[in-house]
Design a protein around this ligand. Structure first.
Ligand code: EPZ
Length: 423
């Protein structure tokens, strides 16, 4: 397994290009199952998760072409030859569950492995299943697989999510586009990735209103057609790299960055004393003076503070002036970066979903272990500002969600390199 080595203490400058959103692409790709015509996704990120999703779709009979070094994905499903998504692929990537709604809507049947949990939590899919049942699907669970059928097709209905779920909103929204009649989704997720999915589905001929609000209304249509859609900018990659100059010092321009995608996060960064300004090409983040101010963070569904930026924010707050309290309200176990940061000298007290961080002057580099995607990158960020060398192991987590992270940071002056695992 590769490692990434960071020698801390270098101020950053220059610019970082922000790629298309992993979490948008992972729902846009299954959405192409809804039509028998080609759908072209541009600005696609070059990530292992995208390659995994392509492999899954190909196993279902999708013809997938990856052009321009993976930045353009052309997906054509003349017909779905295989309606079974196998456990060996689904267990590697939970977003695989998002093929369920589209296959059911298109052909009236699907067999999809339950994803199982992951490092950050049990992450059940009960809302996905309840929502599809509300559209008339018959579901049976056996041997770890969901057997779904809708022999007379899906029927529109009103469904209220008991709590916000991004994936369940995406799955039901996709299914509803081909259901007979009107579907109203209440307490729907409002993430920019939902808006991006709806924009693509509308380009494919779907009738959708209200995406980005808590109530989404869909008028079912008989069929969808091909389209070309640019994947929205990745707000989590953006927020992650905004923290690089905040932690290391200096000033970096995030090319393609959009303030409207990271409002709550940018406001919190401003509160710490970090300057975020809009430029002609994106966003510029600078840290002029010394230590940042301590702040409190509570993660929430969009437009609140994103749970996917909690670990990275904690890396900044480890050296803030004062004590910060971070509440993780989306996932039950998303503080695994804390013990690793403590190996670097951070002072963090974790009780259930609350982490109390008492800022120290500076962290010290150390060998640390990555446990999940966002925890991995928070350790790299911490290393940028730490004294000495930080070695982040198990970086395969990182490659799932970040394109060539060492290249992007090295281009801004960071002393960072990837060491290939021997053998
Ligand atoms: C999406 O996961 C993202 N993944 C996650 O990003 C992100 O953290 C999450 O949304 C929240 O924003 C993708 O888009 C591929 P949820 P998802 O359904 O859809 C519980 C990353 O780092 N829940 O909004 O799985 C669930 O356990 C990843 O890029 C149920 O109980 O998240 C969680 O506690 C990590 N039953 C909460 O709801 C369900 O049926 C929110 O989950 C569904 C979810």
């Amino acid at each position: 397994m590769d490692s990434i080595i960071v020698e801390g203490g270098r101020e950053l400058g220059g610019s970082i290009p922000i790629a298309g959103a992993k979490n948008a692409c992972l729902t846009l790709m299954p959405a192409t199952l809804l039509t028998n015509e080609p759908v072209t996704l541009t600005n696609a990120p070059r990530l292992s998760d995208i390659r995994t999703m392509r492999t899954l779709l190909e196993s279902l009979g999708v013809e997938a072409a990856s052009l321009q070094d993976g930045q353009v994905q052309v997906l054509s499903t003349r017909e779905i030859g295989n309606h079974r998504a196998d456990y060996d692929i689904v267990r590697k990537m939970r977003a695989s569950i998002l093929v369920l709604g589209p296959m059911l809507a298109r052909d009236g049947h699907a067999v999809v492995s339950l994803p199982g949990g992951c490092a950050i939590g049990a992450r059940p899919v009960d809302l996905h299943l309840k929502g599809l049942e509300a559209l008339g699907a018959k579901l049976e669970l056996s041997e770890g697989y969901v057997h779904a059928s809708a022999p007379t097709g899906l029927k529109g209905s009103v469904f209220e999510f008991p709590f916000v779920s991004v994936g369940a909103t995406e799955n039901i929204l996709m299914a509803a586009t081909l259901a007979k009649g009107t579907t109203v989704l209440k307490n729907a997720a409002r993430e920019p990735e939902i808006v991006d999915l709806a924009t693509c589905l509308i380009a494919m001929g779907a009738h959708i209103d209200g995406a980005g609000t808590s109530t989404i209304t869909v008028e079912g249509v008989d069929r969808l057609h091909g389209a070309t859609h640019p994947v929205v900018t990745d707000r989590i990659e953006l927020g992650t790299y905004m923290l690089a100059p905040a932690i290391a010092g200096g000033s970096v321009e995030l090319l393609g960055g959009r303030l409207d995608l990271v409002e709550a996060f940018a406001a919190k960064l401003n509160e710490t004393g970090i300057e975020v300004e809009e430029t002609a090409n994106g966003l510029r983040v600078s840290r002029k003076n010394g230590r940042v101010n301590a702040v409190n963070v509570i993660t929430a569904p969009h437009p609140g503070f994103p749970t996917d930026l909690q670990a990275q924010m904690m890396a900044l707050l480890c050296t803030a002036n004062g004590t910060s309290v971070l509440e993780e309200r989306i996932f039950e176990n998303r503080f695994m970066h804390a013990p690793e940061l403590m190996r670097m000298g951070a002072r963090i007290d974790v009780h259930g979903g609350t982490a109390t961080v008492t800022g120290v002057e500076r962290l010290k580099g150390a060998p640390v272990m990555a446990t999940d995607l966002r925890a991995s990158v928070s350790l790299i960020l911490a290393g940028l500002g730490a004294e000495g060398e930080t070695v982040v192991n198990r970086v395969y987590h990182l490659d799932r969600g970040y394109e060539r992270v060492e290249e992007k940071l090295r281009a801004c002056g960071a002393d960072i390199k990837r060491v290939k695992a021997d053998g």
